[in-house]
Design a protein around this ligand. Structure first.
Ligand code: HEC
Length: 120
């Protein structure tokens, strides 16, 4: 019992940042976000607040990642004072859709476990 609680504690503590994602998601999305200090939690929360359905979020993410622009973005204008609009994704459509599903699934799980407050 004590051992289970201990292991569960370790599992929860690893969910603190963007790092528990599956490997392809980590490699194709979060490595760069972490390097450039883009807060994916903050971004995902904005998507959730703006769009009520996961299908719409999926479509909007796909559109943005294929052709990023301030016009397609849901981020506030001051976000682009800090970041330059990124390059279109190099991933093919099939892989991109998988990563978007992974991304949504990742935040669905982690949002239930902690309230991120690391965006300044
Ligand atoms: C080479 C670096 C890099 C990679 C790889 C990358 N991103 Fe980003 N991403 C950024 C940067 C920089 C921004 C902030 C500037 C912008 O929004 O264009 C950003 C912004 C975003 C946004 C904000 C969209 C909006 O409405 O403004 C989303 C969502 C996102 N990334 C998801 C992903 C996902 C999902 C992947 C993997 C499929 C991914 N990113 C891969 C660098 C990257």
């Amino acid at each position: 019992m004590v051992r289970e609680v201990f292991l569960y504690g370790i599992l929860l503590s690893t969910l603190q940042a963007d790092t528990v994602a599956n490997l392809p998601l980590q490699r194709d999305c979060f490595d760069c976000h972490q390097a450039q200090k883009v807060s994916s939690e903050f971004i995902y929360r904005r998507y959730l607040m703006k769009y009520s359905s996961k299908d719409t979020i999926r479509e909007r993410l796909f559109l943005y990642l294929k052709s990023p622009s301030q016009y397609n973005s849901i981020m506030p204008p001051q976000f682009f004072g800090k970041y330059v609009v990124k390059e279109p994704t190099q991933l093919n459509d099939k892989i991109l859709k998988e990563r978007i599903n992974d991304y949504i699934r990742f935040y669905d799980v982690s949002q239930k476990l902690f309230i991120p407050n690391d965006y300044n």
